[in-house]
Design a binder for this molecule. Structure first.
Ligand SMILES: C=CC1=C(C)c2cc3[nH]c(cc4nc(cc5[nH]c(cc1n2)c(C)c5CCC(=O)O)C(CCC(=O)O)=C4C)c(C)c3C=C
Ligand SMILES: [Fe+2]
Ligand SMILES: [Fe+2]
Length: 319
């Protein structure tokens, strides 16, 4: 039988326009998913619709507008560029992009892959989490049942400790240091999660982030990059307790302790998005300067670089 192979890249999702309507639609779909927020629906739905969304949308719309690239959200822009480059690099594999929330939908990507007999699914989250990766797997499994898909499906659970990923991050850091000079301190900032998910769901996300950090530090030290490296968690949302330390607190403390020059990299974000371009390179940069810091450089995500393309090729080959 003629085997046709497909690769399905899945990222989180993002508004399709920097307008109140599009942002409302995106946030509503995303935050109603029980993988993301697990409060009882009867309580959460009215709170989200009448309190959180009306407050959040006017706040983040300005941020989205500032970072918008060529008519689209950076998350979609870079994910699409990556998918296009992978298609050129792998002419015998059909490459498709989907988002867990919004467009391009997983249903449309599966329709496009309907002639494939084997599909590898790569959630673009280097560290597994029930809030992101499991949301992709559960949604896809529902669609597979609904559409009676019989192709062989392989999921890549995560790649937090994959040598090609660690090497790509290391090379991205090395390049930044060559271009900008080595800073006094490097901060690794990962997206946070509510602390209760670690125990309630046995989410091993924090373990996976710590493993990436440990391997990256070892890789840097083996290659004579010996500056102090700290890890922290960003993007806290809502009132409950999230994992710590918080990136903003760490940066503020560093500046107050007299550290003048930092670089920040966000290893958990495969492509740049509002959380890296605005929260880190906008808000946290300003906070660091206000606390006494002098130089702040955000090291870009792997995006559609050759490093990221080759990383995905390696993940596919080893699967
Ligand atoms: C309870 C709320 C949230 C959890 C849990 C959460 C986990 C989580 N998110 C990412 C990656 C991304 N999140 C992004 C945006 C974003 N995240 C939340 C909330 C939770 N995330 C919100 C409300 C938003 C929207 C922006 C905002 O209002 O601040 C994005 C970027 C999307 C974009 O449009 O650019 C990414 C990527 C991970 C990896 C993660 C858990 C590990
Ligand atoms: Fe998030
Ligand atoms: Fe944020």
């Amino acid at each position: 039988m003629n085997q046709k192979e497909g690769l399905l890249l899945v990222n989180l999702g993002t508004p399709n326009a920097a307008t109140p309507k599009a942002i409302t639609q995106y946030l509503t779909e995303f935050l109603l998913d029980r993988h993301v927020v697990d409060l009882p629906k009867l309580l959460w739905y009215p709170l989200l619709k009448y309190r959180i969304i009306p407050k959040r949308v006017p706040y983040i719309i300005k941020h989205y507008q500032k970072i918008w690239i060529e008519g689209s959200s950076p998350l979609l822009h870079y994910s699409q560029l990556l998918c296009n480059k992978l298609q050129q690099r792998l002419p015998n594999v059909q490459c498709e992009l989907a988002m867990t929330y919004g467009e391009p939908s997983m249903q449309s990507a599966l329709n496009n892959l309907s002639s494939c007999t084997k599909i590898t699914v790569l959630p673009l989250f280097p560290q597994y989490s029930t809030t992101t990766t499991l949301a992709v797997i559960d949604k896809l499994n529902q669609l597979i049942t609904l559409n009676q898909i019989i192709a062989e499906i392989n999921y890549i659970r995560d790649y937090a400790d994959h040598p090609s990923y660690i090497n790509a991050l290391y090379l991205q850091i090395k390049q930044a240091f060559e271009d900008q000079g080595e800073p006094e301190m490097l901060v690794l900032s990962y997206h946070g999660i509510p602390e209760r998910y670690i125990h309630k769901r046995k989410d091993d996300y924090i373990k996976r982030c710590k493993l990436t950090t440990q391997l990256l530090i070892e890789k840097c030290q083996k290659n004579d990059i010996n500056l102090p490296i700290e890890m922290a968690y960003q993007s806290k949302f809502g009132k409950g307790k999230w994992v710590e330390p918080n990136t903003s607190d760490v940066l503020e403390q560093l500046a107050k302790q007299g550290i003048k020059n930092v670089n920040v990299i966000c290893p958990g974000f495969s492509v740049d998005c509002i959380e890296t371009l605005y929260e880190i390179d906008g808000e946290n940069r300003e906070l660091f300067f206000n606390a006494g810091g002098k130089t702040f450089y955000y090291i870009p995500a792997l995006n559609d670089t050759d490093l990221q393309v080759e990383l995905v090729v390696d993940l596919l080959v080893n699967n």
